[in-house]
Structures are given as structure tokens and as C-alpha cells.
Design a protein. Structure first.
Length: 155
């Protein structure tokens, strides 16, 4: 039979374990871990504060950052785009971008021009509520959702 002091120690340890568990539960956000910035394929969901028009969404605008080469590749809607990038902490900048020169519907070409202009202004990135935000100063200019293979991951 256990003596009284051993039982008190076990009760104290049990109480400490419960308190530690409660503290640890309070430290989690409940969000899944952020996918890595580099190596993940990101699909554009918003540009300059507005959603991607349905006519554009049929040909996804996406980007992927290659950490080994410091190269961006993706689609700007009508054309493929590629170029260099630099990351330092939360700071990001895109070097000269090049793209194919196919023509598309006027709305798609206008959207593509606005997208490329937004990328040229980007100076910061953040992972917020399950999506990637690219910012120019305090303004969020592009919002992306992560893709896995060809499937969109909805947070």
C-alpha cells in the first residue's frame, strides 16, 4: 500500500501534467503548418485587392520559387513567366522577368500586365491564414493559395 507522501507527490505531478497540457494547447493556433515558400506551387487568388476574374481563372496564374537556382517560374495567365528572385527573411524581390509572347483576349492581356507590374513592386512576403501574401510596402498586391500537384489546397 502506498504511503500518504507518495500519493501526494503523484497527485502533484498529475496536476502539473494537466497544467502543462493546458498551456501547450493554448500555444497552438490550430492552423496546419505553412507550406514552404520555396518549392511550393502557388495559385493566385487575388490581385491588387480584387479576386481573379473567372475568365482568367480558367488558365491559372501561378508561381513557384526554386530555392536551389533562385528562379521563379509560372504562368501569368496567357504566357509563361520566369526570372530571378532574392529572399532575405521576410524581404523578397523579383529580378528581371521574361515571358513568352503569346497574344490572348484583351481582358486576359490587361490582367497579365497588371500582374507583372504588381510582381515588379513586391518587397515583402507573409504567410497569413493559410495563404501567401506578396506586399509592396503596406499594400498586399497578390494573394496565393498553395497547390499540391494539380490540386488546390484550401485552408
Amino acid at each position: 500500500m502506498m504511503n500518504e507522501s507518495v500519493m501526494k507527490r503523484w497527485a502533484t505531478l498529475g496536476g502539473l501534467a494537466v497544467m502543462l497540457g493546458v498551456l501547450l494547447m493554448g500555444c497552438t493556433t490550430g492552423e496546419p503548418p505553412a507550406p514552404p515558400l520555396e518549392g511550393t506551387k502557388w495559385r493566385l487568388s487575388q490581385l491588387n485587392g480584387g479576386p481573379v476574374p473567372a475568365s482568367i481563372a480558367a488558365r491559372p496564374v501561378d508561381l513557384q520559387l526554386d530555392a536551389a537556382q533562385h528562379r521563379l517560374s509560372g504562368s501569368s495567365g496567357v504566357n509563361r513567366v520566369a526570372g530571378s528572385y532574392q529572399i532575405a527573411g521576410k524581404r523578397i524581390s523579383f529580378g528581371p522577368l521574361m515571358g513568352t509572347r503569346m497574344a490572348g483576349p484583351p481582358e486576359a492581356m490587361q490582367f497579365e500586365s497588371a500582374y507583372l507590374a504588381a510582381l515588379a513592386r513586391v518587397d515583402e512576403w507573409a504567410y497569413v491564414d493559410g495563404h501567401l501574401e506578396l506586399r509592396a510596402g503596406p499594400e498586399t498586391v497578390a494573394v496565393y493559395l498553395p497547390m499540391s500537384g494539380t490540386a488546390l489546397i484550401v485552408p
